[in-house]
Design a protein around this ligand. Structure first.
Ligand code: FES
Length: 162
């Protein structure tokens, strides 16, 4: 029997968390390829519906990663995201999913090593939880960039599809 490989979607803000993921790649820091990155202008763009949609489309876990508190380039985007992640965790729990499948992190763009550690830790956590109960058999995690005309499909630790 093959080991379960979690599918994890990381919603990363362009200014800090994506920079940290990029730095991890530049430093050739090893982390599992289970984490697929979707770059956002700011985690303030993350809506609860986006998180739920990720689970519906086959994610076993979701990471929301934004700037350090007080460091959001849109002032309070990461604080709004923190509140939404808290609400989404409650909805997950009420829907029968473990709240540990969703987590928010705050990073600076210099924290490449930390990003890699988060990717490793979350992958192991989700691996221990097993596949998401809402994952539909044969469902592929399809990551569509919210930015229509840039090259954000490049990967850091996993393949990202458009
Ligand atoms: Fe990074 Fe808002 S710009 S969380």
């Amino acid at each position: 029997m093959t080991e379960f490989e979690p599918r994890i979607l990381a919603l990363c803000c362009h200014y800090c968390a994506y920079g940290a993921a990029d730095l991890a790649g530049s430093m050739r820091t090893q982390y599992p390829p289970n984490v697929r990155i979707l770059r956002l202008p700011c985690t303030g763009k993350v809506d609860i519906a986006h998180i739920m949609r990720a689970f519906e489309q086959g994610a076993d876990g979701v990471i929301v990663a934004g700037c350090l508190e007080g460091g959001c380039h849109f002032q309070e985007g990461n604080l709004r995201a923190k509140r939404r992640v808290g609400l989404a965790k409650r909805i997950l729990e009420e829907s029968g999913l473990e709240r540990e499948r969703l987590e928010m992190f705050n990073l600076s763009s210099a924290m490449g090593q930390t990003f890699a550690e988060i990717a490793r830790d979350v992958t192991e956590r989700i691996r221990a939880l097993g596949p998401s109960p809402v994952r539909v058999a044969g469902c592929e995690l399809r990551v569509v960039s919210w930015e229509a005309s840039d090259d954000s499909s490049e990967t850091k630790g996993g393949e990202t599809e458009r």
